[in-house]
Design a binder for this molecule. Structure first.
Ligand code: UGA
Length: 397
């Protein structure tokens, strides 16, 4: 891949990064001269988050060029001349080398982040979330490039505990322990890989001059999330797409272990707004770990199911009412699955450093999400041969 470098300077700008300040004034990109607007690489630009993030980055005043990289960029709906579309795997020869030569900021979104894979394909999960990304960290450190890496709320594990093992109400970036289950519970292969990469990034920041920000997203939802089984993917997607799939196919919504576990849902628009603020506030965010979530939207999975059924029925009032059905986790996901019981973020640090305050409540997010899935998938499901448009409700999946 040819390099179209827009930056001056060579590849040896490693320097001691400034330590994180406690807070910071706004650092608007608009005040930068156009020639120093950083070129940004978005790795994973064709995924759910990437396909929302790239347009949000382009919408900033004075936005610069973006290298949008993914194996498939179909979901990324932009033809902006500022965007260079690169369809490639991260391990394509020379790709990371080119990107870190050309771009000043690397936003790394690639992941295998679907819990159905953690105990069924743990080796792929560990490679995608750790092994394949270590070279990127090293290149960013040695070349003085800024790395914004998306980690996960899963690093906190089953529940929020302080260093003495006492329960905490909220998960705090700098206080909460990381409480993963035993090794035979392969659910935690993902969280362990993510945690180790966090530690590698942190160590490069402390000892090798890496400029970085680590982001821990908490259950971001929105249009274009995941896939619909049998149409554009196979297996069990995350809960939002699983439930919408069941609604579209008339199958039962499956409540794993009864659906008592809780999640705090964040609107994808507010999530990418926070990411854009991180990009534009390099000093405030330097060396920081930031939770991004909405603690006001802490609900059980059963409540999410009810809310999705209501939103779907508002659009499709005909037909039999959708139902929910409990299934044991071991039957649904197989041996080695485990779960987070409660997951509520502390977002005090993100609110302070980013002047960011998520407000969209769960019921307000759902109509647009339902509309998106209906528009994109109803015709495709209808076109499948009879018998193909089955739900995920069987215990074999
Ligand atoms: C996953 C990833 O592991 C996280 O890294 C990521 O941050 C998070 O999604 C996210 O979406 O941001 P998790 O919340 O466990 O974590 O993923 P889901 O598959 O969406 O499951 C949420 C809950 O719903 C789990 O308790 C699961 O057992 C349950 N579930 C899932 C059902 O009850 N029914 C289903 O059909 C699917």
């Amino acid at each position: 891949m040819k390099s179209r470098s827009t930056r001056s300077g060579g590849g040896s700008q490693a320097r001691q990064a400034p330590r994180a300040p406690g807070g910071a004034a706004e650092e608007p990109i608009a005040r930068l001269a156009p020639q120093v607007v950083p070129r940004i690489a978005v790795l994973g630009a064709g995924g759910f988050i990437g396909s929302h993030l790239v347009p949000a980055l382009l919408a900033r005043p004075g936005a610069g060029a973006i290298d949008a990289v993914d194996m498939c960029l179909d979901k990324l709906d932009t033809r902006s001349p500022l965007v260079r579309r690169i369809e490639a795997r991260l391990d394509a020869p020379g790709l990371l080398d080119d990107l870190t030569a050309r771009c000043e900021v690397i936003i790394s979104l690639t992941a295998l982040c679907n819990p159905a894979l953690y105990n069924t394909r743990p080796l792929d999960v560990i490679d995608a979330n750790y092994t394949d990304l270590v070279p990127l960290v090293k290149l960013c450190a040695s070349r003085g490039k800024r790395l914004i890496h998306l980690s996960t709320c899963e690093v906190y594990g089953r529940m929020a505990l302080d260093s003495a093992g006492h329960a905490m109400t909220h998960m705090d970036e700098d206080e909460t322990s990381l409480c993963l289950g035993p090794v035979h519970k392969e659910r935690w292969s993902y969280a362990a890989a993510k945690q180790l990469l966090e530690r590698v990034i942190w160590a490069h920041g402390q000892h090798a001059g890496l400029q970085f920000t680590l982001v821990r997203p908490f259950n971001v939802i929105g249009p274009r999330m995941d896939f619909i089984p049998g149409v554009d993917g196979e297996g069990i997607p995350r809960v939002l797409a699983s439930f919408v799939h069941a609604l579209l196919t008339g199958d039962d919504l499956i409540l794993v272990d009864g659906g008592k576990q809780r999640r705090s849902f964040l609107c994808v628009d507010e999530f990418v707004d926070a990411l854009v603020r991180i990009v534009d506030r390099p000093l405030a965010c330097q060396g920081q770990i930031l939770n991004l979530g909405n603690p006001q939207n802490d609900v059980t999975i059963r409540t999410l199911g009810r809310a999705l059924i209501a939103a779907y029925r508002a659009r499709r009032p005909d037909g039999p009412p959708p139902r929910m059905r409990p299934v044991a986790a071991s039957k649904y996901y197989g041996v080695g699955y485990d779960d987070s019981i409660v997951r509520i973020p502390s977002i005090a640090k993100a609110e302070r450093l980013l002047d960011w305050h998520p407000r969209v409540r769960l019921p307000a997010m759902l109509p647009r999400i339902i509309d998106d899935y209906i528009t994109r998938y109803e015709p495709l499901l209808a076109a499948l041969p009879t018998g193909k448009a089955v739900g995920v409700g069987g215990a074999s999946r």
